[in-house]
Design a binder for this molecule. Sequence first.
Ligand SMILES: Nc1ncnc2c1ncn2[C@@H]1O[C@H](COP(=O)(O)OP(=O)(O)OP(=O)(O)O)[C@@H](O)[C@H]1O
Ligand SMILES: [Mg+2]
Length: 213
Amino acid sequence: MLKAEKERLRQLERAQLLADERKRFTRELHDGMGGHLVALKSILAGNPDKNSLCLELVNQAILDMRLLIDSVGDESDDVGLTMGMLRSRMEYQLKASALFVSWNMQTLPVGWSLQKGCSIHLVRILQEAITNIIRHADADWVEIRTTGFRDNGNRMVRIEVADNGQGMSPDVRQGRGIENMRQRCETLLGTFKLDYNPGGGTLLSLVLPCQKE
Ligand SMILES: Nc1ncnc2c1ncn2[C@@H]1O[C@H](COP(=O)(O)OP(=O)(O)OP(=O)(O)O)[C@@H](O)[C@H]1O
Ligand SMILES: [Mg+2]
């Protein structure tokens, strides 16, 4: 057998092993941890006054686990699907925060995908951006815009998160959240910018390369 052919077979085997392991991991997470959390939630829900904070935390843990299962489990790196999944999973948390979110994906072509296995990083960046807005911005409105464009013929997406809050103070102390967002964006081979929003508030802007056609 040719050397190149042997190498190709080895790569296929490795990809299959990885896919099997992902399936196993998400199934275990869902059936094991998911079951415990849902049971705990129903116990807490029986006494909401005393346990409302615990209930809220359990809800967040369930939401987070579902995000992980979705982004690892279905192996889809399609940008539109990832954004749609994030939107449905964040619905509860956003409702509880009374933050109005406008999702705009009008200029995203269908079927554009991030680098393989990378959708979890995009989900986590946007999750932290929204969490930061809820915690720090004092905003009541956020727009999440996703745009597709070409750079020298290559497919790129720009994702912007604009809030109408108080903006970031110049002497801001950076925590883990922004640092993690930056690192994840590097993994996605993208560019990261967090700055004043021209209309007031804060603007997060990511530019990410998509898979080649
Ligand atoms: N949308 C925003 N509007 C206003 N201030 C913000 C916004 N996002 C972040 N900040 C400021 O930037 C700081 C750093 O954010 P970062 O996410 O790194 O840390 P954190 O949220 O304070 O803590 P954690 O490590 O838990 O994420 C915040 O403490 C806050 O002052
Ligand atoms: Mg944070």
